[in-house]
Design a protein around this ligand. Structure first.
Ligand code: THU
Length: 130
């Protein structure tokens, strides 16, 4: 699957976003090592802090289905800037895929690719607990 194809799956999730408070829809698509793709969108809540981001929606969908090996994540929004993953999402992704390839997109459907270690250097992970 190409980066563009994965990003298009993420863009298709923007319409599923539940974001009445921020009015900032985010879509995600997570490519697994076995070729499956799990998608996600942000789901907000009247208690704002209970909101879950698009990337974490996709991740928990995958892990709860027994999938733990990931290759590429696409995360996109409709804004001018690229839709960079928030810190909490970077940390959650790092747990399972320290070398994940991350494709980010903006509202013009421009894409850029960055490895997760560049987004979260000197990160804390499972092996840090030994
Ligand atoms: N959001 C995501 O879905 N992913 C991110 O990595 C950044 C932020 C969502 C959360 C909230 O619903 C909206 O974007 C504005 O912060």
């Amino acid at each position: 699957m190409t980066h563009r194809e994965l990003a298009e799956l993420a863009y298709s999730m923007l319409d599923r976003s539940y974001s009445p408070y921020s009015k900032f829809p985010v879509g995600a698509a997570l490519l697994c090592a076995d070729g499956r793709v799990f998608t996600g969108c942000n789901v907000e809540n009247a208690a704002y802090g209970s909101t879950i981001c698009a990337e974490r929606t996709a991740l928990v969908k995958a892990v709860s289905e027994g999938v733990r090996e990931f290759v590429t994540l696409a995360v996109v929004g409709r804004g001018e800037d690229f839709c960079w993953p928030c810190g909490a999402c970077r940390q959650m992704l790092r747990e399972f895929a320290p070398n994940l390839e991350v494709v980010v997109g903006n509202g013009k459907k421009e894409l850029t690719v960055i490895p997760l270690p560049e987004l979260l250097p000197h990160s804390f992970g499972p092996e840090s607990l030994t």
